[in-house]
Design a protein around this ligand. Structure first.
Ligand code: SF4
Ligand code: SF4
Length: 135
């Protein structure tokens, strides 16, 4: 089983394409939608994990292209230097996905890589440069 994280960009005339349905049904892929910003008659954006056999992922990506929908595969990852973190919480205020959270009881930061959209907003928000991006 392989997994990639992708961001899809739907032109306004393609936001109603039932893409998820086809990817699941025709290519035996599992989708985990992390962030969706889709509205009728507007450019839409969808970030998701795609899991499946490598050949099926490749076929699925080709299908997406054929629909006239552009995509970007995330090849970066966010690194959190936990030992240098002072748990101030500044990064949690800008994190759109909830990947960064402060514990309700201990007020300690936690980072869930699976939820991360690699938007890099936390990097700019951290006063100690504890967050960085790796390729
Ligand atoms: S890059 Fe940082 S701010 Fe963006 S989703 Fe990931 S953890 Fe949150
Ligand atoms: S902003 Fe930096 S120091 Fe503050 S909690 Fe986030 S990673 Fe830690």
């Amino acid at each position: 089983m392989n997994k990639i994280k992708i961001c899809l960009y739907f032109p306004p005339n393609k936001v109603t394409v039932p893409l998820s349905y086809h990817l699941i049904k025709n290519f035996d892929l599992q989708l985990n939608i992390l962030h969706a910003d889709i509205d009728l008659a507007k450019t839409g954006k969808l970030i998701m994990d795609v899991l499946g056999e490598k050949k099926n992922i490749e076929k699925g990506l080709k299908f997406i292209e054929q629909q006239g929908i552009k995509y970007k595969i995330f090849n970066k990852t966010i690194i959190w230097q936990e030992d240098k973190c002072i748990h101030c919480g500044a990064c949690t205020a800008v994190c759109p996905s909830g990947a960064l959270k402060l514990g309700t009881i201990d007020c300690m930061l936690t980072f869930d890589k699976e939820e991360c959209l690699v938007c890099e907003l936390c990097i700019k928000s951290c006063p100690l440069n504890v967050m960085s991006v790796a390729f």
